[in-house]
Design a protein around this ligand. Structure first.
Ligand code: CO8
Length: 263
């Protein structure tokens, strides 16, 4: 089976003879940060993958040695106001919900930083494998924000409410070993073997009935729906109007420490 004809500048899609596709987010110079173009291309890719008879399982990873995805693009974020903030958050939530409910298995191969929107993308996938340099964190509070792509809902589901609170309120980063202990990563592989090992895991899934697999994804998800997504988007939008948001995003872009006032 040859690679599928889907082509976008921000994404690479490569499908093998077993129907396993690797979708690589391809902005390595910005640590694969999710700008509007990447999100729009991701949506197109999901459509293509869902329709394709050749693709049976999707692995999402990041380009380069350093990052899975280092978050939403902070330069773009810095221009948001209350309304566009809430809308952008809702649109991203819809995209990530689409991944969570995707009828074919989706595995995140976390090959470096998975911060903010990157951690949220990984958490929307059905399974996460990682490399030893994987790093998870939700650093939004350090920008005067909260997670806006479903992180306030999915992190407690994966690691429990207390640890999720600690991670979201502190913005602290955790390394691969701790992520595995917490259940954020199912397995950690050497960098050079991570794709092959993740494909081996994929093979164990793909020997089973495709309709049973789709139904299993749907049934597991049915127990985890929350009403918190809308609240997350509203609060995200509200924070986009604060001085702390302007200070937090400016400080990152100017490569300095933020000085928050609570306004
Ligand atoms: N957005 C934009 N650019 C980024 C981002 C990002 N999230 N992360 C890294 N970059 C850029 C850097 O600015 C730098 O660009 P340049 O070379 O032009 O200066 C380049 O990528 C390389 O990054 P660094 O030089 O900073 O690399 P380091 O190895 O020194 O540091 C880190 C790596 C620790 C990952 C660091 O880059 C970092 O802290 N990045 C930001 C992480 C972050 O805060 N992510 C959360 C963003 S907020 C978010 O994701 C919200 C999601 C919900 C949104 C909902 C609605 C919109």
């Amino acid at each position: 089976m040859s690679s599928t004809p889907f082509e976008r500048e921000t994404l690479l899609l490569d499908t093998d003879e077993n129907g396993i596709s690797i979708l690589t987010i391809n902005r390595p110079e910005k640590l694969n940060a999710l700008n509007g173009q990447v999100l729009s291309d991701l949506n197109d890719a999901l459509h293509h993958i869902e329709e394709s008879n050749d693709i049976r399982l999707l692995i999402i990873t990041g380009s380069g040695e350093k990052a899975f995805v280092a978050g939403a693009d902070i330069k773009e974020l810095s221009t948001l106001d209350r309304q566009s903030g809430e809308e952008t958050s809702s649109a991203g939530q819809n995209l990530f919900n689409r991944i969570e409910t995707f009828p074919k298995p989706v595995i995140a191969l976390v090959n470096g930083y998975a911060l903010g929107g990157g951690a949220e993308l990984a958490m929307a996938c059905h399974i996460r494998t990682g490399t030893a340099n994987a790093v998870f964190g939700l650093p939004e509070v350090s920008l005067g924000l909260i997670p806006g792509y479903g992180g306030t809902q999915r992190l407690p589901q994966l690691v429990g409410k207390g640890k999720a609170m600690e991670m979201i309120l502190s913005g602290a980063q955790i390394k691969a070993d701790e992520a595995k202990q917490l259940g954020l990563l199912n397995d950690i592989f050497d960098h050079s073997e991570a794709i092959e090992e993740t494909k081996k895991l994929s093979g164990k899934i793909l020997k089973n009935s495709p309709s049973a697999i789709s139904s299993a994804i749907s049934a597991v998800n049915a127990g985890y729906r929350t009403n918190g997504f809308a609240k997350e988007a509203v609060l995200f939008g509200q924070l986009c109007e604060t001085d702390d948001f302007k200070e937090g995003t400016s400080a990152f872009l100017e490569k300095r420490k933020a000085k928050f006032t609570g306004n």
